[in-house]
Design a protein around this ligand. Structure first.
Ligand SMILES: [Zn+2]
Ligand SMILES: [Zn+2]
Ligand SMILES: [Zn+2]
Length: 145
């Protein structure tokens, strides 16, 4: 992707571009799936952990990215679609592969809505499906032959 695309993404969310912010965003886009803080540390060996963490916190507050609690104990982060404002209505389904530990965004599958009893108001939904991804299923199949 062009350098300009990253600058535009930051500008759209009213984030001042800095070298570190561009590096973190680029690494997240290039990963092609959600990443943990440790994944980003691996990908960005020139940037220290606390700078990456600060950048993620800033991105989260500007709704450039969303966080996913996939039950593994470490949060995953993924870049939001351009129309996302991280409201309950924007939430989508996530899928966690139990073999390779990757967590996927199913942005085309909204989280199912439930009707709450009177007096309860909804602020967020954590909807994570677990199973085996197509890559791992293919590997399993090969081993079986
Ligand atoms: Zn979002
Ligand atoms: Zn997998
Ligand atoms: Zn997602």
């Amino acid at each position: 992707m062009e350098e300009n695309t990253y600058l535009e993404l930051l500008a759209k969310r009213e984030i001042q571009p800095t070298a570190i912010r561009l590096l973190v965003l680029k690494a997240m886009m290039q990963a092609g799936q959600s990443v943990s803080l440790a994944d980003l540390e691996d990908r960005l060996d020139t940037v220290d952990r606390s700078s990456i963490f600060r950048t993620l916190t800033l991105f989260l507050s500007h709704h450039l990215i969303h966080s996913i609690d996939d039950g593994t104990g470490s949060f995953k982060y993924a870049v939001c679609s351009s129309s996302c404002s991280c409201e309950v209505n924007d939430l989508h389904t996530h899928f966690h592969c139990e073999k390779c530990n990757r967590t996927f965004c199913f942005t085309n599958i909204p989280t199912p809505m439930v009707k709450l009893p009177e007096g309860f108001s909804l602020h967020s939904i954590n909807y994570v499906l677990k199973g085996i991804c197509p890559d791992c299923a293919a590997k399993e199949h090969q081993k079986g032959l």
